[in-house]
Write a protein of this length. Structure first.
Length: 210
């Protein structure tokens, strides 16, 4: 399975995916890394490992349709099977999502459907969790649809919210969990263990045999 990673920041989840591949826990390869941020750490990590890495932003194109045309052609050239959003800060267009329906995955640093949607990224998520008085938070890995943080949930795991937690300390605990859970879900795709029926999706424990 060829994975394209879309990232906007330092690339810690991308590095976790790469570590899982190198450690034999994820039977896949990263064929492309895309970022809307030319100085993203994810691009530097990719180039250091000889992985094709490109900067693509809407600002580079006269209209959104041309951006989609370019990006879809790029993914096709690199024979991408699955797209993993790893801190990618831009919403994908309905046309793009439709082209890769059920083949775009995102990791979110909270327990969706709570604390998701526009503006819920980075420390904003953890600040909202602490303001709410929630006793647990965690990680959600979900399929991407046309709405922010809305697609079918594939996996969730929790961490305790302690009384002394700050947004930064909670973010650190959740990030450790992201690095564990996300590669496991991607491995389920690579091993043909993701099932779809109607508007439901789930992961089974054993792969389908030929």
């Amino acid at each position: 399975m060829n994975i394209a990673v879309f990232a906007s920041g330092r690339g810690s989840n991308f590095q976790a995916i790469l570590n899982a591949i190198q450690g034999g826990r994820l039977p896949a390869s990263i064929s492309l890394v895309v970022s809307n941020n030319s100085s993203a750490g994810a691009l530097e990590i990719a180039r250091a490992h000889g992985i094709p890495a490109v900067h693509r932003s809407l600002r580079q194109f006269p209209q959104a349709e041309a951006f989609d045309d370019d990006l879809l052609a790029l993914l096709d050239r690199h024979r991408v099977d699955l797209i993993a959003l790893a801190g990618y800060m831009k919403q994908l267009s309905p046309r793009f999502v439709a082209t890769y329906r059920n083949r775009i995955v995102n990791v979110h640093p909270a327990l969706l459907p709570a604390f998701g949607g526009p503006g819920m990224y980075g420390l904003h998520v953890h600040e909202a969790v602490l303001r709410s008085g929630a006793k647990v938070s965690g990680v959600t890995v979900h399929l991407v649809d046309e709405q922010y943080d809305h697609g079918m949930i594939l996996a969730q795991e929790t961490v305790r919210v302690d009384a002394e937690d700050t947004p930064e300390s909670l973010a650190a605990k959740v990030l450790i969990l992201e690095h564990e859970v996300y590669p496991r879900v991607l491995a389920a795709f690579a091993e043909n263990r993701v099932r779809f029926i109607g508007q439901s999706a789930w992961i089974v424990s054993e792969p389908t045999r030929p």
